[in-house]
Ligand binder design. Structure first.
Ligand SMILES: NC(=O)c1ccc[n+]([C@@H]2O[C@H](COP(=O)([O-])OP(=O)(O)OC[C@H]3O[C@@H](n4cnc5c(N)ncnc54)[C@H](OP(=O)(O)O)[C@@H]3O)[C@@H](O)[C@H]2O)c1
Length: 326
């Protein structure tokens, strides 16, 4: 174990909080556990929470924000000050112009009971409506300029667009705080030469790694006795698993003697590349495992071995986000 200085911490993903389709959420069964999960996060110092106004399926739309707002409202003022709840506002086609996010922001802030600190553009519209996101970003910058939100982030952007957006905001005196992209051992594009991580480092933009465990697949030891999840996650796991033998074996060896096990290896690989992973958490055990991961860092040799496996020609890949811009 090494103690390399100043690697990013770990944040908390909350996509599953309200999502029935992919994550099998059940309010009666899950809400008390999620509340305990949230409390445990604060106890161990995990205070960055990522959510979105589109999280929650069907009639449960907005549920993730609602739950976070309910839990955060019961915190002490000191805890609330430490908390950073970041939501992502979807650039739906009907959200247009500089005021296009006004209603959405107000609704998120209501569901979050005033605890919303960072607003993020959920995805880039460059591929299908390139004229849409510029004015929406101006609107988000207006929120920061007038103190309604503390900071601004973007998501699913590539290096070219990231530079342009950073400049657009800098021209009006707003610093782009963060970029959130899919980043894991099965989605390493951001850290490849010419990838967004270089731009983030150069421009001082925090890099946030979403789906750092490849929807949970990378958190499972090959000997894990649990059956694969049902539904689309299970299908994806079955499709990818046969091509992950070498990677999973290396991760299992590295994780064997380390706090947090193989999941911690996957999270610490993101941290070793300068990104803050935001694993989806929905149990106290997962929070404890994330906290354990934060207690150590990968050695240079371990990082190199994982890089070689992840970047090898023909290595297994998660499906790319179709809205990711160049
Ligand atoms: N910006 C975007 O477009 C975007 C897209 C996707 C996700 N996100 C954000 O990123 C967050 C994380 O991504 P994700 O939820 O897609 O997937 P993920 O973090 O890759 O995987 C989450 C799953 O991993 C398992 N897990 C959690 N902690 C673990 C640990 N310490 N060790 C082993 N397994 C562990 C859990 O599965 P089980 O509970 O089944 O055991 C959990 O549900 C989301 O919640 C969301 O906030 C953003």
């Amino acid at each position: 174990m090494t103690s390399e200085a100043a690697q990013p911490g770990i944040g908390v993903g909350t996509w599953a909080w309200g999502n029935q389709f992919l994550w099998g959420y059940d309010p009666q069964r899950d809400d008390a556990v999620l509340e305990a999960t949230f409390r445990r996060c604060l106890e161990v110092g995990l205070d960055f929470f990522d959510t979105a106004d589109s999280y929650g399926t069907g009639r449960l739309n907005g549920r993730s924000e609602e739950l976070l707002g309910r839990f955060a409202s019961q915190c002490s003022p000191q805890q609330q000050e430490r908390l950073c709840i970041a939501t992502k506002l979807a650039p739906f086609p009907w959200r247009l112009g500089r005021r296009g996010y006004d209603k959405a922001f107000a609704a998120s802030q209501r569901r979050l009971q005033g605890q919303l600190k960072r607003v993020q553009l959920h995805w880039s519209t460059q591929r299908y409506a390139p004229w849409q996101e510029g004015p929406l970003l101006e609107g988000l910058a207006d929120l920061v300029s007038r103190g309604a939100a503390r900071s601004l982030g973007v998501s699913n952007m590539g290096p070219k667009r990231l530079r342009q957006v950073h400049q657009q905001l800098a021209d009006r005196g707003v610093q782009l705080a963060s970029l959130q992209v899919q980043l894991s051992l099965l989605a390493p594009q951001a850290i490849e030469p010419g990838g967004v991580s270089e731009v983030c480092r150069e421009l001082g933009i925090e890099l946030i790694a979403y789906s750092p465990l490849a929807l949970g697949l990378l958190g499972r030891d090959p000997q894990d006795p649990r059956p694969n999840p049902k539904g689309p996650r299970g299908s994806l796991f079955r499709q990818l698993e046969p091509r992950l033998v070498a990677l999973r074996q290396a991760m299992a060896e590295m994780g064997r003697s380390k706090p947090g096990g193989v999941g911690a290896v996957a999270l610490n690989w993101c941290r070793a590349h300068g990104a803050m992973p935001i694993p989806g958490m929905r149990s106290i055990a997962q929070v404890n495992a994330a906290a354990a991961a934060q207690s150590w860092t990968l050695s240079s040799a371990e990082r190199l071995e994982l890089d070689q496996l992840a970047l090898a020609p023909g290595a297994a890949r998660m499906p790319a986000n179709p809205f990711q811009s160049a």
